[in-house]
Design a protein around this ligand. Sequence first.
Ligand code: KIV
Length: 300
Amino acid sequence: MATTSHNTPAPSDPAPGVRSVTSGDDAPTGIAAGARRVRVHHLQQAKERGEKITMLTAYDAATAAIMDAAGIDTLLVGDSIGNTMLGHATTLPVTLDDMVRAGRAVASVTQHAFVVVDLPFGTYEAGPEQALASAVRIMKETGASAVKLEGGRRSAAQIQAITSAGIPVVGHLGYTPQSENALGGPRVQGRGDDAAEELSQDALAVQEAGAVAVVLEMVPVEVAARITEFLAIPTIGIGAGPDVDGQVLVWTDMAGMTDWSPRFARRYAELGRVLGQAVTDFAAEVRTGAFPAPEHAFQQ
Ligand code: KIV
């Protein structure tokens, strides 16, 4: 059952039980250095100044708090939660309830980053009215700053309806996972002159509909660079090369949580291995009686 907006904690209120990792006096870094919170105009200014925008996915309060304190500019509560956290094979089964719960968890601990929540498959395709209702629910119940949806010209009316209601929209073009069945799986999009032209038309449509930024996923470097050059709004690439206005990665790929990562992702840690070792050590110490030690116990 949905909670109403008056139950939603303000984004700056720390959620109970979540340990803050903010180190006190550290001023936020990145595209909105000096500002308390990254706002929509900071994204635009970053593009104009040639400063790269950083984005990671986040799905829960514990990891979002760490990423926010580490100075990430934007957090995407992606529907990739379906594959990464909920055990689905694709993003298609993800529901609006799933996104609201995750969005609220992320926004509730985020003090600096711009939080974007995905509209999942089946919650906007029917038309502008459905899209607006879904976006309004996300905004009322999560404390996020924007929504994201997939598609170019086919989603322009939806983007326009949502932005007309005062809700910032991030577009998503190239490989769009919600259409993976139609696209034949994760494949580079926009290869060849005709496909590149189609993608460019979609990018223009997203901008004209009022989007504040657009994600370009699995797009050839040259095509992403050209779109980035002619668009006034920032492009955020994932598998789109270096000549875009920002980069996004799925955090579990970036942190090496699983054995496999896509070719376009760099593994900045091997967290899966670290966590696995911690679990092995814990289990071993429980079995030998080494844990808990006297300092972990309460005396009468
Ligand atoms: O859901 C998601 O994680 C995304 C990124 C791949 C951009 O949309």
